[in-house]
Design a protein around this ligand. Structure first.
Ligand code: HEM
Length: 347
């Protein structure tokens, strides 16, 4: 599924990806506070659904989020009892997500488009060639995979990036200059987005530093296959272990003044993140994040589109981020911005 989740899926239709952001921004009333996270979440889910499954999930975004939240809390985080996955609200949301899935299936029959395949094409190709390997139930679960894996993560990371920039106006202005260059000829090109460290170095470093300071997935959960000893402790096979890989993001011996947002840590001459085990926002090993390229494109593209098109301020100006921590750290709804004006062409 690597190709279905890759950055290519977003980069192949940048005008569409940008249009989704602009459409959501048009809902922001001028000079009124807007809660950032839910708005960014609608952008992220619409981009992932439209570009990875080929069907806009626009009218179903709330249902998708209700359904995914129940799955995460009951089956992944195991913080809610099982019946919470079957309340009338969740059952209604699930039925609507299933209806969306039927539309995705219909849009992909009968032919696979050679060379242009998105995640749904790939899944359905696998279903045809190996029906025992991928059952109808798997096909449904895997088809909602981008929402499951992407809706909280990419949205939180992009919201944290906006917050960090609003708190550091000097960096924000440098990111805006890059955004203006990116949009100088209309829409960003694939070459620009595929080469961000060169074409948008400040934006790229701001994204990396955001992921260091605000790790979205703080632990990886694993079951021990072979017993081993670690730091004087015997860990028997079958034990459930949490690998808290994000702890190192905040260690002063790796990152001097670790709570400071400092994008220059990611300059080649500093490379603080390059020390052994210092930086793992997307996990590590064979199950590291399949969507990491796509997520970084979303963070940069959504931020660049917003800063290029509008002026925004924090509301209130001295706001300090509050977190909701379950199942992953997400910005609280109290994180709000105010659109002060639309920028004119050529500004
Ligand atoms: C900034 C945003 C994101 C972060 C920080 C993030 C982080 C992670 C981490 C740490 C893992 C490994 C979990 C583990 O090993 O237990 C993971 C797995 C995964 N992520 Fe992401 N993710 C992000 C966005 C996305 C997006 C947008 C998608 C898809 C559209 C995605 C798809 C996946 C998938 C499919 C896996 C499972 C890979 C496997 O098990 O082989 N992620 N992600």
């Amino acid at each position: 599924m690597r190709d279905g989740y890759s950055r290519r899926q977003l980069v192949k239709d940048l005008p569409q990806a940008v249009a989704i952001v602009e459409e959501e921004m048009r809902q922001w009333p001028e000079n009124h506070p807007v809660s950032v996270y839910p708005s960014v979440q609608r952008m992220v889910v619409d981009q992932l659904g439209t570009l990875m499954s080929g069907t806009s999930p626009k009218e179903h975004v709330d249902d998708i989020l209700t359904f995914i939240h129940a799955l995460e809390m009951v089956y992944m985080a195991r913080l809610y009892p099982r019946f919470m996955a079957h309340t009338p609200k969740v059952r209604r949301a699930r039925r609507r997500v299933e209806a969306l899935f039927e539309r995705v299936l219909a849009a992909h029959e009968p032919a696979l488009h050679e060379g242009e395949s998105n995640l749904s094409d790939i899944l359905m190709g696998m279903r045809r060639s190996a029906p025992d390997f991928i059952t109808d139930k798997n096909l449904f679960v895997d088809s909602v995979g981008p929402f499951l894996a992407g809706s909280d993560t990419s949205s939180s990371a992009t919201s944290f990036m906006l917050y960090s920039l609003l708190k550091h106006p000097d960096v924000l202005e440098r990111v805006r200059e890059e955004a203006d260059r990116l949009f100088a000829d209309g829409t960003p090109t694939a070459a620009d987005i595929n080469n961000m460290p060169v074409t948008m170095p400040v934006t790229h470093r701001a994204g990396q530093e955001t992921l260091r300071l605000h790790p979205i997935v703080p632990v990886m959960v694993r079951t021990v296959a072979n017993s081993f000893e670690f730091a004087g402790y015997w860990i028997p096979a079958g034990t459930s272990v949490w690998v808290a890989m994000a702890v190192s993001h905040h260690l002063p011996e790796l990152y001097p003044d670790p709570e400071r947002f400092d994008i220059d840590r990611f300059l080649p001459e500093r490379r603080e993140y390059g020390q052994l085990g210092a930086y793992a926002p997307f996990g590590f090993g064979p199950h590291s994040c399949l969507g990491q390229g796509a997520a970084q494109v979303q963070m940069a593209l959504i931020t660049a589109t917003i800063l290029h098109r509008v002026e925004i301020v924090l509301d209130p100006p001295d706001y300090r981020m509050k977190l909701d921590s379950i199942p992953v750290p997400t910005p609280n709804r109290s994180f709000k911005i105010r659109l002060t004006r639309w920028r004119q062409k050529g500004e």
